[in-house]
Design a protein around this ligand. Structure first.
Ligand SMILES: CC(C)(COP(=O)(O)OP(=O)(O)OC[C@H]1O[C@@H](n2cnc3c(N)ncnc32)[C@H](O)[C@@H]1OP(=O)(O)O)[C@@H](O)C(=O)NCCC(=O)NCCS
Length: 161
């Protein structure tokens, strides 16, 4: 089956179609990213099916480091994972980093997420360190975790290309 997909910027009306991406807390984070996009501090992208339904989402945050774009909130609908959407999303987000004149894309991945990690390594990311990160979860709690920091030099071609 061939999916007809559109990669585009997140619109305010899209927020109601993002529940699958990680529940209300994740939608709240996406809403904050959308606000920051108006100041051009963040770029938020979605992948939509031909019927308009959203199946992937992710963002580039330009605020933490003036020399790099940080890819965040990457999520592909669970029914459509392992079909290349994550790769397409990362590629589109990297394009936004390059369009900003920056040569480095950075992202973090939890130590207990080997699938995502192997995808990023396949896409040319290399581990450069680790962080302790936290984000809000259901029930007003805060989730604290250790992540690996991965970077890719966007001036070089992707492995195998
Ligand atoms: C991590 C995530 C964003 C990746 O998205 P995805 O759409 O599954 O990624 P892709 O399909 O591009 O690649 C994933 C795998 O599918 C394989 N694949 C890609 N295209 C394929 C195709 N056409 N046919 C078969 N397999 C394919 C890739 O080789 C890759 O294999 P790997 O797991 O051994 O590395 C997604 O799985 C997800 O949302 N996970 C839950 C949330 C999460 O972990 N987010 C990341 C936080 S850092």
């Amino acid at each position: 089956m061939k999916l007809r997909l559109t990669v585009r910027d997140l619109e305010p009306t899209d927020l109601g179609d993002l529940d699958w991406s990680g529940g209300s807390e994740h939608v709240r984070v996406m809403a904050q990213a959308l606000q920051a996009s108006y100041a051009d501090e963040v770029a938020v992208l979605v992948i939509a099916l031909a019927n308009g339904r959203l199946v992937a989402t992710g963002a580039v945050d330009f605020r933490p480091d003036p020399a790099a774009g940080e890819l965040t909130t990457l999520a592909v609908h669970e029914h459509l994972q392992s079909l290349g959407l994550g790769t397409r999303l990362v590629t589109a987000l990297e394009k936004r980093v390059r369009a900003r004149g920056l040569g480095t894309a950075r992202l973090t991945v939890e130590h207990d997420n080997p699938r995502a990690r192997s995808l990023y390594l396949r896409l040319g990311y290399r581990e450069v360190g680790s962080r302790v990160e936290s984000w809000p979860v259901a029930g007003g709690r805060t989730y604290v975790t250790t992540t690996a920091v991965l970077e890719r030099d966007l001036t070089r071609p992707r492995p195998g290309q």
